[in-house]
Ligand binder design. Structure first.
Ligand code: FES
Length: 159
């Protein structure tokens, strides 16, 4: 098979969104005074992803990434940054690789692990943020406690 045809066949495996985010990745770069940084790698393929977060008033005000990896990893990082930028930290914590892949209109099954790097890098960056700002971690857990209490009150009052 001629190489151009082979390349076209390979690209047909990827959605338009994957190709768009791969060719024009959003939020590439470094945040010098980041509040949280997360770096992960995949031992099998050797790809590396690094996420930088800026957090203001419990909102992800800025996010940037550096990815040394395959096209799906670049597209996943780019989409993941778009999904959490401007969102509350508590929403960013819930971001899953599945949500990233869905937002990209899917990834081939053998490329799903690339989206896992994006989820893990963001989780690590948030952990780093909480390590640097332990007061925020305790605020967050006390908010969770009180919302649990509220919902259990609602449940018992509804009986
Ligand atoms: Fe390594 Fe995609 S092949 S992250």
């Amino acid at each position: 098979m001629d190489p151009v045809r082979k390349d076209r066949q390979k690209m047909a495996l990827y959605s338009e969104k994957v190709m768009d985010h791969f060719r024009n990745p959003r939020n590439v770069g470094v945040i010098e005074d980041a509040d949280g940084i997360g770096e992960v790698g995949n031992a099998k393929c050797g790809d590396i992803m690094k996420m930088y977060l800026k957090i203001d008033d419990d909102v992800v005000s800025d996010v940037k990434f550096e990815t040394f990896g395959c096209g799906s990893a670049i597209a996943s990082s780019s989409m993941a940054t778009e999904l959490i930028k401007g969102k509350p930290v508590k929403d960013a914590m819930k971001l899953t690789n599945k949500a990233v892949a869905e937002a990209l209109d899917g990834l081939p099954a053998y490329k799903m692990h690339c989206s896992v790097l994006a989820e893990e890098a963001i989780q690590l960056a948030l952990e780093d943020y909480y390590k640097k700002h332990p007061e925020k971690a305790s605020e967050e857990s006390s908010k969770e406690e009180s919302s649990k209490e509220e919902s259990s009150k609602e449940e018992s009052s509804g009986e």
